[in-house]
Design a protein around this ligand. Structure first.
Ligand code: SF4
Ligand code: ZN
Length: 323
């Protein structure tokens, strides 16, 4: 198997593109796909300042790394869910990347706010950890972005995440969620940041290969609450289909992107009467949670400056020039 670009021995086969690449050309290919998506879908403008939601995993760390290499200088936000060793190691990996990039990282700590991690909090709330986690993360990341003066929040959701979510929503005809996802969701004034997913069309396997080849130190373990999640089953099923019919996932998600464009503009979300952030009810879920279980302290964002500023090679010039 030869690299399609240089003819040397290939390191990775990309069945969805019917091609194979060596390590160097794969890195260039992957970076170019991400920077092209940023340009094509107008994800980040010259005037934007970007915050990347960082979990310590391969996707978010690779995304943070690529954006900075491409000249989209961005900082990170980490939500500490209070899952013992897993959260400790995840933040350690996130800080390592912050130091490598010479960028700032912010942290919101659930245990500091509630004196409980996501596990205990979900028990007292009688709610599934992942559903509660989704509510808190959406709120806290948006708040961090707005409070610290960033205009764009970037997340590392990849093609497999989007395909499995779409598959699940179709399977159960959850129409209310069906058109809520996209590669980019516009922000609103001073209370809702623009959200972007530059890896929307990049597979999980490609992101993992990129992280390994770029020597990104990420947390390999999955969050313990992901065990048994339906999305994992959907990913497995879609991967089986992909083996016999390469490029199915990308066609599925691209087809969705085309259709989502045809949907009407979303109405402005209502605002919470207490905190002013988006809410479907008069008082948002997080304000109610803080009132019931909070320590009385205000929601606090910690800021960590990088230990050292290391030069990150700039790929913005070559991104357009390769393959
Ligand atoms: Fe949150 Fe669930 Fe994901 Fe863990 S698996 S990070 S609890 S959504
Ligand atoms: Zn609120």
């Amino acid at each position: 198997m030869k690299c399609r670009v240089c003819g040397k021995e290939a390191n990775i086969r990309l069945s969805a593109y019917n091609t194979a690449l060596c390590a160097d050309d794969f890195l260039t290919f992957f970076e170019r796909r991400v920077t092209r998506a940023v340009q094509k879908y107008h994800l980040i403008d010259q005037t934007d300042s970007t915050l990347v939601a960082v979990s310590g995993g391969k996707d978010s760390l690779s995304l943070w790394y690529i954006l900075n290499r491409a000249g989209y200088l961005s900082d990170g936000i980490y939500i500490d869910l209070g899952i013992d060793e897993y959260s400790r190691v995840s933040f350690e990996k996130a800080r390592l990347m912050a130091d490598r990039l010479g960028r700032r990282i912010y942290r919101f700590s659930l245990p500091a706010l509630f004196q409980k991690g996501i596990g205990d909090l979900s028990k007292v709330m009688r709610r599934a950890p992942c559903s509660l986690c989704g509510v808190l993360k959406r709120y806290l990341m948006n708040k961090a972005c707005i409070d610290a003066g960033y205009t764009v929040l970037a997340t590392g959701h990849n093609l497999d995440d989007e395909a499995s979510a779409l598959f699940g929503n179709l399977l159960y005809w959850k129409e209310a969620y069906l058109y809520k996802k996209s590669i980019s969701l516009e922000g609103r004034g001073d209370y809702l940041a623009k959200k972007i997913k530059p890896f929307f069309l990049c597979s999980e396997r490609e992101a993992a290969a990129y992280a390994i080849l770029s020597r990104i130190d990420y947390v390999y373990e999955e969050c313990p609450y992901s065990v048994g999640a339906k999305t994992l089953l959907y990913k497995e099923l879609l991967n089986k289909i992909e083996v016999t019919s390469p490029a199915t996932k990308i066609r599925f998600v691209k087809g969705y992107l085309e259709r989502v464009k045809e949907q009407e503009a979303r109405p402005d979300p209502e605002r919470c009467a207490r905190c002013g952030y988006p809410s479907y009810t008069e008082t948002c879920n997080v304000c109610r949670l803080v009132e019931r279980f909070g320590t009385g302290e205000a929601i606090r964002i910690e800021c960590f400056e990088p230990a050292q500023a290391t030069a990150t090679p700039d790929i913005s010039a070559k991104a357009d020039a390769v393959v």
